[in-house]
Ligand binder design. Structure first.
Ligand SMILES: Cc1cc2nc3c(=O)[nH]c(=O)nc-3n(C[C@H](O)[C@H](O)[C@H](O)COP(=O)(O)OP(=O)(O)OC[C@H]3O[C@@H](n4cnc5c(N)ncnc54)[C@H](O)[C@@H]3O)c2cc1C
Length: 436
């Protein structure tokens, strides 16, 4: 049974001040709960994950920070996919999605974006403590006890009625419970850097994200508002194992393997060292239990290809905040409320996963390179790319038709697709390790 709060320092302890934690803290404080948010770093701090989706915008508006994000963001009207296998590029404009009311998103520096969100949590009444890392936590039906270490080496203990784990890839609770699993269906790693002087698309398309496919995976090209462009390579593990030079040289040599991207970076300059990240495709066995929930990357992360991470993290924070509020107000409904929360978040992740797992297959590339709006399937696909996967809508039926078209396409070119799928299965099995 949840504690009534008299023996606790706060109602909700949020671990982590990324998009998920700051969003949940703001919403729960707004609902009148005593919220403490502990963040191990100090904002503004670097984080990768700079491309947002149109469906992020209503969430930012609801938090009251949309105008601030507009000021730091680069307008992103769509996504361009470039295929060397088809010798062409295709742009998907969000304005053509099923729901025409969300025609753009933003590219953001995460240091600025996350800073806006954590300041908002404090402004809404949450007690925000930065430079304070949660090192241990005991979770029980009656509440949680967390031990945290501040930058100055001192420690503190906090008792909370409810624990929100938004610790990102640190996966505080999932690691502690031993329930974090490597994704058996996906496996990749990334290296990335920032450039000045990269050649962007003309006019309104200047802020579009570009995805370049190449033989070992794909690249992102994300133009930021200050003129910098974020470029990253997401590759299969075997490719990272071929590295014989330093990370920066290896990255530049990898760019050279993709002539369409190399052309856009001709004369551009790297503004700092290239960094890398591995082991990023994982999921935990459960997302919630008596007295706790896991949000965003603290539960799962799959792949950055459709720029879904921040949106899924913030959406899980909106749904999680509703669930935690309901649990605190009506503890007897806790089990049912948490089950519904977990089902909804898993459905969103599952919807994107199907496309992520297939994005490097010939059949999916063919469909992306030759989009046709038969039965409004292209509009539905654009809505998916905009993040519109949680509302019940006719989009779901159209996405089922898209899958039928995909399988038909794969059958028509069975040998090539079967070979690609077998290669994918081999690649997925190999461990990545850290690539830095
Ligand atoms: C290579 C790559 C590229 C990506 N590109 C994109 C993209 O373009 N668009 C997109 O939407 N997503 C992208 N993502 C995903 C995105 O970065 C994440 O999904 C998103 O940041 C998740 O938000 P979060 O709040 O769950 O976690 P985080 O943003 O990671 O926040 C977690 C916070 O918790 C803090 N923390 C951790 N442990 C503790 C502790 N013990 N005590 C206190 N604080 C703690 C951390 O310091 C951090 O601030 C990308 C991911 C990768 C790996």
């Amino acid at each position: 049974m949840l504690s009534n709060g008299s023996d606790c320092d706060c109602d909700v302890l949020v671990v982590g001040g990324g998009p998920a934690g700051s969003t949940a803290a703001a919403l729960l404080a707004e609902k009148g709960h005593r919220v403490v948010l502990l963040e191990k770093d100090r904002h503004p701090r670097f984080h990768i994950g700079e491309s947002l989706l149109p469906c992020n915008l209503p969430l930012l508006q609801r938090l009251g920070v949309l105008e601030e994000v507009e000021r730091i963001g680069m307008l992103k009207y769509g996504a361009e996919f470039v295929s060397p296998y088809h010798g062409k590029a295709v742009t998907f404009d969000f304005a053509n999605a099923w729901d025409k009311s969300r025609p753009y998103a933003y590219q953001v520096r995460r240091s600025e974006f996350d800073h806006i969100l954590i300041r908002n949590a404090a402004a809404k009444g949450a007690t925000v403590v930065e430079g304070c890392k949660v090192t241990d936590v005991e979770v029980g039906e009656g509440g949680s006890v967390a031990t945290a270490r501040r930058d100055d080496g001192t420690t503190r203990t906090i008792r909370a009625r409810f624990l929100v784990d938004a610790s990102g890839r640190d996966t505080l609770l999932a690691s502690r419970f031993g329930i974090k699993r490597r994704n058996a269906k996906h496996n990749s790693a990334a290296m990335f850097g920032h450039f000045t002087g990269a050649r962007r698309l003309p006019g309104k398309a200047e802020g579009n994200i570009t995805v370049f496919w190449f033989d070992h995976g794909w690249f992102w090209f994300i133009p930021l508002a200050d003129g910098t462009t974020s470029v990253g390579a997401v590759c299969w593990p075997y490719y990272f194992k071929t590295r014989k030079t330093d990370q920066t040289r290896f990255f530049l040599d990898t760019v050279a393997l993709c002539p369409a991207l190399a052309e856009r970076l001709e004369g551009a300059e790297l503004t700092g060292p290239v960094t890398g990240t591995g082991n990023f495709s994982y999921q935990s066995d459960r997302m919630a239990g008596p007295g706790y929930v896991m949000l965003g990357d603290a539960f799962a992360f799959i792949d950055p290809v459709f720029s879904t991470g921040v949106y899924l993290a913030m959406n899980s924070a909106f749904e999680g905040a509703e669930a935690v509020d309901a649990c605190l107000r009506e503890p007897t409904r806790q089990q049912q409320v948490l089950k519904r929360f977990e089902r909804s978040v898993r459905r969103g992740i599952g919807t994107f996963s199907w496309y992520i797992y297939r994005v490097t297959t010939p059949a999916l590339r063919n469909l992306f390179m030759g989009p046709r709006n038969v039965l409004r399937v292209e509009e539905a696909l654009l809505s998916l790319l905009a993040g519109d996967v949680f509302r019940p809508s006719p989009i779901r039926a159209r996405l089922r038709i898209f899958k039928v078209i995909y399988y038909a396409n794969a059958l028509l070119d069975f040998r090539r697709n079967h070979a690609a799928w077998r290669k994918r299965r081999q690649n997925v099995r190999a461990p990545v390790g850290e690539v830095v």
